[in-house]
Design a protein around this ligand. Structure first.
Ligand SMILES: *Cc1c(COP(=O)(O)O)cnc(C)c1O
Length: 405
């Protein structure tokens, strides 16, 4: 049935908005409750996407909602000319959940990556004026502003925007010998920047051996190790950060997506000596660390700190992965399942967009990345009963899809 409300929305979108998101799915959500979303016609959907791993506590979470309302009634914004208790509180929680150090707040993932890149440049300059190169990896994604885009190892993101920022070098992901060779022959590298699970790159997971060796090589060659936790951070993988699964100690970590549960925010967290590289006046942002954004982050971080919160993410993530692995035996179109916690990719033998659209028609919100990878990242608070409800829909549709071929 065609929705007249949606037709009007589509028409106005085309009239008033840039059409850079040419692939918007045919639905306009107007309200949410936990892991359910409701569209313009009040149809209910199960949310297995959380707005690209952003609504970490689901929609309408009581603790987050309370923190936001109470902050709205107090003060929204003062700028970084003044002290800010909400910033301090959120930064303290990040330190407790990661490592002792300092936090800089910005407004998005790409800005967090920019801040990391600028810090790395300062680090290099402190040693030699030529030490400005940054190693990144093929298939990576770090954002859409110039520095972060130049660090992104995907041609489709960079296409048509040259000249890019110089000084980025791409090596194959998970190839430690390539990194070793580069660091041994090139003294101008100041940092290595990587995700541990390439999210936009199709849920590709870094090998333990690669990461352990990478940390060693960075230490040996006095190169900063930047771990981009924009998608994997804030509990997504069943630990607060993905790097914590690997037992390494990075110099800079970036955050954004899930950190404030849906309010725009970004951050980098570093050891004290690294933070000192951005001396007064060297970097800044008008909105970054806004009272409201940091009140939201504080509320999310307090939830994440609760005992057994992470256990539940891992348990529910394993449940989904095991369920999909069993499905693999019932249909030919799944080639691989991979993931950590509630960050799961299902690789298909064909493009996944048809399945995403079909699922939406049947009341299930999933996503497709890297063309063939169905990405499942529900809110961290999703109940097992809702997971089961969503998986039942997914099972029916993927078996139907497999029967097509
Ligand atoms: C989404 C993402 C970014 C960019 O974040 P924006 O908020 O969209 O600018 C950077 N790095 C990673 C790993 C991401 O997943």
């Amino acid at each position: 049935m065609k929705s007249s409300k949606l037709e009007k929305i589509k028409k106005d979108d085309n009239l008033y908005l840039f059409q850079n998101y040419g692939n918007r799915l045919p639905v306009c959500f107007t309200r949410g409750d936990g892991s359910y979303l409701f569209d313009q016609d009040n149809k209910r959907y199960i949310d297995f996407f959380s707005g690209i791993a952003v609504t970490s506590l689901g929609s309408n979470n009581a603790a987050l909602s309370k923190a936001l309302h109470s902050q709205v009634d107090k003060i929204l914004h003062t700028s970084n000319w003044f002290f800010n208790r909400e910033q301090i509180e959120a930064a303290k929680l990040i330190s407790e959940l990661t490592f002792p150090g300092k936090t800089l707040f910005v407004n998005s993932g790409t800005e967090a990556c920019e801040a990391a890149i600028k810090t790395a440049r300062r680090y290099g300059m402190s040693i030699s004026p030529d030490k400005f190169e940054i190693i990144s990896f093929t298939g990576s994604f770090h954002g859409r502003t110039f520095g972060a885009m130049s660090a992104t190892g995907q041609e489709k993101i960079r296409k048509g925007f040259t000249p890019l920022v110089p000084g980025f070098k791409f090596l194959p992901f998970n190839d430690i010998n390539a990194v070793k060779k580069e660091l041994e022959s090139n003294k101008n590298v100041c940092a290595v920047m990587t995700e541990l699970i390439q999210g936009e790159g199709g849920i590709k997971i870094a090998d333990q051996k690669f990461v352990t060796q990478l940390e060693k090589l960075c230490k040996k060659h006095k190169v900063l190790l930047i771990i981009d936790e924009v998608q994997t951070g804030a509990g997504r993988t069943g630990k607060f950060c993905a790097y914590q699964h690997y037992g390494i100690s990075p110099d800079i970590i970036t955050f954004a997506k899930g950190l404030a549960g849906g309010f725009p925010i970004g951050a980098i967290h570093t050891k004290d000596a690294v933070a000192a590289l951005l001396e007064p006046g060297s970097h800044g942002t008008t909105f970054g660390g806004n009272h409201l954004a940091c009140a939201a982050a504080g509320a999310v971080l307090k939830e994440l700190k609760k005992k057994s919160f992470m256990d539940k993410i891992r348990k529910n993530g394993d449940y989904i992965q095991n369920y999909i692995k069993k499905l693999k035996g019932k249909t030919s179109c799944i080639t691989e399942v991979r993931g950590m916690g509630l960050h799961i990719g299902i690789e298909l033998d064909r493009p996944g967009m048809d399945l995403v659209k079909k699922a939406l028609e049947h009341g299930l919100v999933i996503n497709c990345t890297s063309e063939k990878v169905i990405r499942i990242m529900p809110s961290l608070t999703i109940p097992l009963s809702t997971i089961k409800e969503g998986l039942a829909i997914f099972e029916r549709l993927i078996i139907e899809e497999g029967n097509k071929s």
